[in-house]
Write a protein that binds this ligand. Structure first.
Ligand code: PRX
Length: 632
């Protein structure tokens, strides 16, 4: 496989080349793809607007680079291996040819419903091969997909439909997750009552759950594809045409629609996939993420399929029907690369070693981590018991906005260090800055993590809100992309990510904006004001701690706390449900009325020995009351 770095000196050489001659470096990688028309310039950029364009005037279709490029040599190779929720149900394997045919057929079905290049299509589906087919079919016809995690509520779904004025929803009747079948279509029905741009809904039959089909709007997937051709002429896309929008939480306001474009995303996801995981052509690779998150986009679907890899998709959860389910799947499918999140590792670690005992793990070559800082204890457990001490563990740092892995060891090629994402990939130029934005060079430095040069898979804008994109990422430190994370370069020169420095909480590797959760809490009629902070949580990494001022009339505290938690679950989704709710009579505020979150964070973390100066607060007396109320 070309572009695969195999030695440390090779890495150092490539890295240096990528910094000195970035256009030549990325241009060379891009040349291995099929372009209908080659670009006339590799890169145009400025971080002030921001305005970043990769592969100017290049024309291509990303699915031609997945299918047509691989079909002659790999038509019969498994592209997707799908493992169902229930181990007694049969595994489905789709070869590159089968996946191609199903993608083309579904692209034809979408076109028959009037979808054309540039239309936005929402995908709200379980982890089934059709979710990948839906994404690829959109890309085939040039429609812009926006996958919404199927655990989000109807309100969250409606907000996204409205924001991107989507024309179609692709969904299923239900979703098997562990012992339960969850309704999906009914959530879509509710969302469609709160939005009006959707013209058609295509529904995959998965659970057999009864659903209401609205005449003229709702159609069954299996009926729509019947008799349709399994070939399709891919739309010609400009390198900078939108490929997808993915909504993610920020520190303020509603979720942001992060926009990724075609050419750069293709080149970058492929390159990072091959190098970080050191994928070899017969390997079976498994990423446990959901397609609703960026990890599912870049490292279940696009990166692996662009590399001609076999990618495993798992419908279920790690603990059903038993806590050895992940390990069982690794042995069953002889998985070579396994990529998961620290929260899953910690949850499984809690069951002890017994669930691992029946399994051999001998196919594993590389294990990976993503989504949040991995603590040393989880790192060692994962490395010693899953990787059996001899698999490189890649701790991959990146974001929805970066599109691809930015900082990570290349498995077995560059050194591993527990709890350190370690070194940037070639082509990526992260720096650490102090509060004024001065670059901190050398080792043993700590500050905020920025990137000083564009990379192909970076976000281009926030859908419909370019100014917000500029404010959020490019204004804190002019001339730099600001990640929102703190980082340290240790005495050996390895990067360690320290977590968010803004009002974003990372719950089980999923981003939650504190403002978003507060807005949901405030929807409860008894809530007057609220403040949400993160606190250390053994399994989830961070938990959500909410303080709420309420009108208690007619409620017990316990009832109200439950109602508040349910309100958040209903408005955003169960993942945003606060772990703890504390009813308070006031929130600590500065004289200008700003909530002092620093104090709330300390109380939530049970670190009250050093609360700092509280005398300048407008209402210092509430601090003692809050400490007492927290049981400290
Ligand atoms: O705080 C960082 C954390 O997750 C954030 C990005 O979240 P999201 O856009 O949802 O993407 C998650 C999957 C790429 C980052 O700002 N994060 C991600 N990976 C790591 C991490 N923190 C520490 N170490 C990591 N390996």
């Amino acid at each position: 496989m070309s572009h695969k770095i195999q030695t440390l000196s090779g890495y150092l050489h490539e890295y240096q080349k990528s910094v000195l001659q970035p256009e030549e470096f990325w241009g060379k990688i891009a040349e291995s793809f099929h372009w209908r028309k080659k670009w006339d310039k590799v890169l145009d950029w400025n971080f002030d607007e921001p305005d970043v364009k990769w592969f100017r005037n290049g024309k291509l279709n990303i699915t031609e680079n997945i299918f047509e490029r691989h079909l002659y040599t790999m038509g019969d190779k498994p592209a997707i291996i799908w493992e169902p929720n229930d181990p007694n149900e049969e595994t489905v394997t789709l070869t590159y040819r089968e996946l191609y045919e199903k993608t083309c057929q579904f692209a034809n079905a979408m076109e028959a419903k009037g979808i054309v290049k540039g239309d936005r299509v929402i995908i709200y589906m379980p982890m089934v091969p059709e979710a990948a087919i839906a994404m690829l079919a959109c890309a085939r016809i040039g429609a812009v997909h926006s996958v919404v995690f199927a655990g989000f509520s109807s309100t969250s779904l409606a907000d996204r439909i409205v924001d991107c004025e989507a024309k179609m929803v692709l969904t299923s009747d239900g979703n098997f997750r562990g012992a339960k079948a969850i309704e999906v279509k009914s959530v879509v029905d509710e969302a469609l009552e709160k939005s009006n741009s959707i013209e058609s809904v295509i529904v995959l039959k998965r659970t057999g759950t009864p659903v209401t089909m609205k005449e003229g709007r709702d159609f069954w997937w299996h009926e729509e594809v019947e008799g349709l051709s399994s070939t399709h002429q891919a739309a010609e896309m400009d390198a900078e045409d939108m490929l997808f929008i993915l909504y993610t939480s920020g520190s303020t306001g509603k979720p942001k629609g992060v926009v990724h474009t075609t050419g750069g995303y293709m080149v970058n996801t492929y390159y990072s996939f091959v190098n970080v995981f050191q994928y070899s052509i017969d390997d079976v690779y498994w990423c446990t993420a959901d397609v609703g998150w960026i990890t599912g986009h870049s490292y279940i679907v696009y990166g692996p399929l662009l590399a001609g890899a076999t990618t495993l998709m798992f419908e279920g959860v790690p603990t059903f029907p038993h806590p050895g389910r992940f390990w069982e799947i690794i042995d069953k499918h002889k998985v070579n690369q396994f990529y998961t999140a620290p929260t899953a590792i910690r949850a499984l670690q809690a069951f002890g070693l017994e669930p691992l005992e029946p399994y051999r793990f001998d196919s594993l070559k590389v294990i990976g981590s993503v989504g949040e800082p991995i603590n040393e204890e989880a790192w060692h457990w994962y490395h010693d018991h899953v990787g059996k001490g001899n698999c490189p563990l890649v701790d991959t740092w990146w974001q929805t906005e970066t599109g691809a892995i930015m900082i990570s060891a290349l498995a077995g090629v560059t050194p591993n260090k527990p709890a350190h994402a370690s070194l940037p990939l070639p082509g990526i130029q992260p720096i650490i800055v102090d509060a004024e934005g001065n670059e901190l060079t050398g080792n043993n430095v700590e500050g905020n993590l920025c990137v000083k040069f564009p990379w192909p898979s970076m976000l281009r804008t926030i859908y419909g809100e370019h100014e917000r994109c500029k404010q959020t990422y490019f204004s804190t430190y002019p001339g730099l992309y600001f990640t929102g994370d703190g980082a340290k370069r240790d005495h050996d020169g390895y990067l360690r990510i320290l977590g968010r420095v803004d009002d974003v909480i990372n719950v089980s590797g999923h981003r939650m904006g504190t403002a978003e959760v507060e807005n949901a809490i405030n929807e409860h009629p008894k809530v007057i004001e609220s403040a949400v902070v993160g606190y250390p949580h053994d399994i989830k990494g961070q938990g959500i701690y909410a303080y709420a001022i309420c009108n208690m009339e007619g409620r017990t505290e316990e009832n109200l706390i439950n109602e508040i938690r349910e309100t958040v679950s209903k408005i955003i989704g169960p993942i945003a449900k606060p772990d703890k709710v504390q009813i308070v009579s006031g929130l600590p505020k500065t004289r200008s009325g700003k909530i002092m979150r620093r104090i709330l964070r300390k109380v939530a973390s049970k670190e009250i020995s050093n609360l700092g100066d509280t005398s300048t607060l407008l209402n210092p007396e509430v601090v003692d009351e809050i400490i007492k109320g927290a049981g400290l």
